[in-house]
Every structure is written in C-alpha cells, then in structure tokens.
Design a protein around this ligand. Structure first.
Ligand code: SF4
Ligand code: SF4
Length: 470
C-alpha cells in the first residue's frame, strides 16, 4: 500500500487468527460454490503484510458488512482495506446510482428499478406500480421526494468537485460523541423511502407522540452510501456531500443529525469524525463553491438511539400490547460492526420489549442479511445464499416478526423471502418490519395510513388480524 488513507486500518497488526475469514459471508459464498476464486480475508491481509499485491483476489465480491472489523481483535478492518484497494485499482464508474444521485440528489428512487429486472422479487412490480397511490395514502406526493432546484445544483457541483479532493493522511478527529442542543435533523433514507415510505411516517408519528422537535429538511440529499459502496462515487465526494448536509443541519439549529438508515448512520459517523480533523478545512474550501461552510457543530445518531432514550415514555404510551408475539431483531451491520465504540448494546431488543413482545435470541444473529450493495444490483443469487441462511436461523428460533433497523436488510429479507420459499419449498412465515413500524403499531398508528404495510412483499395483514390491529 502506498500513501496513507484515513480509512486504512493498521493491517500490520494482523495476528493471523482467521476470525475474519470464519465469519465472512463472501468466504461462505465461495465455499458454497458461488464464487470462482477463493475469498479469504485473512489471506489477503497476509499478502499485504508481505508487501505483495492482491493479485486476482476477488475484491469486488466483498459485501461490506464489516463483520471482519467486528470480529478482529487486532483492530483491523478488511472491509475498509478492500474498499481502498478497489478505489485505487479500478476507480469508480458512473452507473444508475450515480445518475440518480446527480439528477435527484438521491442514490435510489423507485425509478431506479427498471421493469422486468426485479421479477425475482415476487410481487414487487405490482407494489411499484401502485407506489404513487400508496404514497398518497401516507400523505406524500409523487413517486419520491424532490429536492429544491438550488439544492440539486449544489449536489451536482459537489459531485463535479469531490474527486479533486485528496483524501490522505492518518485518521484524525477523535472519538467523543457530542450531544448538541437544538432539535433533531431527521436524516431521511433514499432506500427506505423508495421501498417502505411508511417507515419514515411511523418514525415521525413516534417523534410527535413524544413531543420531540424535528426538522424534515427538503434540502437534505442522501448520504451517498449506496453509490459509494457500489463504486459509483469516490470517498472524497462522499465527504463533501455530507459536509453539505451537516452545514444545513448546523445552520438550521437542528444539530442532532439522526439517521433513519443504518448505512447512512455509518457513513455520516465516518464523515463526521474525519471532518473534525485537517480534512475538514480542505472540504470547506470546496463547500465554499456552493456558498456553505460546516463549522463542526453537529452530532450524529441513529434514530433508534433517539427513541431508545425515551423508551420508558414510549412504554407508557402503548395502546396495543403485543404480548405473546415472538420478535427477533436484526440490527444491520453498519450500526454495531462499523463503529462498535458508539453502539448501544441490545438497543433493538430493548425497543422491541417496549411493545410487550417476547424478544427471542437466534443463531446467526451476527450474520449480515446478504444485501452487499452492488450484489443486490448485479448478483442476487449471491445475496440470497446469505439471506437463506439468515431466514432459516430466524425460523428455527420460532420468530414471527423480524424487527429491522436498516432499510437494506428489510428489503433483502422481505423482498427475497417468497422467491426463496418457492425455490426451497420451505415456509418461513416471517414478517419484516422496521422498529419504528412495530412501535407505531403498538402506539395505535393506522397500519395503512401511517405504517404503510401495503408496501411490504410479505403482507403483514394476517399478523395484524392475529393481533387484532386490523
Ligand atoms: S481477524 Fe484480524 S487479526 Fe485475525 S486474521 Fe483477520 S485481520 Fe488478522
Ligand atoms: S466486509 Fe464482510 S464480506 Fe467483506 S471481507 Fe469483511 S466480512 Fe467479508
């Protein structure tokens, strides 16, 4: 490896323990016969330690689930290592995600899904065709949210300028996480709003019940995370894009940036930390071109953490106790694996318990869903090999509902479940919901007009009838 990059972990610390390889879904896919070339994170690190090039290591097969980082007791992150290697080796290539980000300020919208490409997501075509009506039922206009023209011009300028920024040096920025005063900057998710717009309305419903001040800023672009991990924008563009989002939050006085999406949470946390260092000034040099400046005054949270702080108040507001319902939680890798330093242990379990539901444990709790960013666009058999293992473990544990915190995971398990049932002949019988949806239901929210259950592939309707919520 040549010049230092702040994303680069200290891979020289590797002890060769193999924990990264034994927990890696790409290594699993190789052993299932789904990859032609061996994917062995420990071997890759071993090569780099010997200053050997990665050769034909299949860098593009990484899921970027950060399980390797979570598993490593030597502080390494093969995920980041691979991302840097790939950026240096093959660079970025503009595709549908870049075009969407450039044209709409959102990496993903329902228009990104071309008809015919998603027939394996059983029933999704029908959901997509009806999405404008579903959104109207949720009080939303159009097929997706629109950024104002001035914001779009800023995003476009940033995407032009971003690649010129040299991201070099050792990691700076410090670890302490601030809790700034002011309200919540609701950092919306392009993936969540494309698939399940009822999640954002459920979260707003809950914030309203708790009388918490929040800003739904139409100028906010997406975090760019999906485009970044799919190699369609460089890290430098990601930094400037989110410095703009932070500058908007700071200027509005809503300085507690709370992400709906788990990937956004990871990306925003990474950007926030690096912008506190020397890079922050260089990024501001580019932001000046769009008339903005970020002064370092925001704090980044996942929205589940905001609600977690009010779990007792939420419990007192429950109108439909979900006792008897077996719920398993799936956190989403970019929350606790990417930045374990900030993660609240058992956060989702405790939020699920607010509803009165029985929270069950299961094998493979730490396994990623299989989404894998680019894999979802180009190689869904790879995705489903991992998803199948996950769904099997959830079923074996007796779960009825899987409570998610990440849109990508909810999409992966909900949209692929029917196909996997057809293929394997197994009935998983699992309903997938975001924690915001399940909490909103137990606080009396309308299943269709607030929670948006009509956008799910596995219909929650039978469950709602069992729970006497419909
Ligand atoms: S888990 Fe860490 S220490 Fe162990 S082999 Fe992988 S990189 Fe090396
Ligand atoms: S990020 Fe996931 S898929 Fe990639 S090397 Fe690490 S564990 Fe394997």
């Amino acid at each position: 490896m040549e010049a230092p990059d702040p994303r680069l972990p200290n891979y020289l610390s590797c002890m060769g323990c193999g924990s990264c390889t034994s927990s890696c879904p790409a290594a699993y896919a190789y052993h299932q016969g789904l990859l032609e070339r061996e994917f062995n994170p420990m071997k890759l690190v071993g090569l780099l330690k010997l200053r050997s090039p990665p050769g034909d290591f299949p860098l593009d097969k990484c899921f970027h689930c950060y399980t390797c980082k979570w598993a490593c007791r030597a502080g390494n992150s093969v995920s980041d290592l691979i991302k840097v290697l790939r950026e240096r080796k093959t660079g970025v290539r503009s595709g549908i995600l870049y075009r969407s980000l450039h044209e709409k300020g959102l990496s993903l919208t329902p228009e990104t899904f071309r008809p015919g490409e998603w027939e394996d997501w059983r029933g999704f075509g029908k959901i997509l065709a009806e999405m404008p009506r579903f959104r109207r039922e949720l009080g939303l206009e159009g097929l997706y949210r629109r950024l104002p023209a001035e914001s779009l011009q800023q995003v476009q300028r940033i995407l032009e300028l971003g690649p010129s920024l040299r991201v070099e040096g050792r990691e700076e920025g410090g670890w302490e996480r601030p809790n700034p005063s002011g309200g919540i900057y609701l950092f919306k998710s392009c993936v969540m709003d494309s698939h399940y717009p009822g999640v954002t309305s459920s979260l707003k419903f809950l914030l309203g019940k708790l009388n918490l001040r929040y800003l739904d800023d139409e100028r906010q672009s997406c975090c760019g995370g999906f485009s970044y991990y799919a190699d369609e924008i460089p890290f430098s563009s990601l930094l400037v894009l989110n410095a703009r989002n932070f500058a908007l939050a700071e200027e509005s006085g809503f300085r507690k940036v709370a992400a709906v999406c788990t990937t956004s949470y990871g990306i925003l946390t990474e950007c926030w930390r690096l912008l506190r260092g020397k890079l922050g000034e260089e990024v501001n040099g580019l932001l000046r071109e769009v008339g903005l400046r970020y002064r370092g005054g925001v704090g980044v949270y996942h929205l589940s953490e905001v609600l977690y702080a009010f779990r007792r108040e939420l419990r007192s507001l429950v109108t439909h106790d979900l006792s008897g319902l077996k719920v398993a939680v799936h956190q989403g890798c970019h929350y606790h694996k990417m930045f374990r330093e900030y993660a609240t242990p058992n956060l989702l379990e405790q939020l699920a318990a607010v509803t009165g539901a029985e929270v069950i444990d299961y094998e493979e709790k730490n396994l990623c869903c299989g989404m894998g960013f680019r894999h979802t666009l180009e190689n869904r058999e790879l995705v489903r090999a991992v998803a199948l293992r996950k769904l099997g473990a959830l079923k074996n544990a007796g779960a009825r509902v899987v409570m998610h915190a990440c849109p990508g995971c909810q999409v992966t398990l909900d949209r692929n479940q029917k196909y996997l049932e057809e293929k394997t002949g197994e009935d998983f019988g699992l309903v997938h919901m975001n924690y915001g949806q399940l909490l909103a239901l137990s606080l009396g929210a309308d299943p269709w007009r607030v929670v948006g259950v009509q956008t799910h592939s596995v219909s929650p309707q039978p469950l709602l009838e069992e729970l006497m919520l419909a």
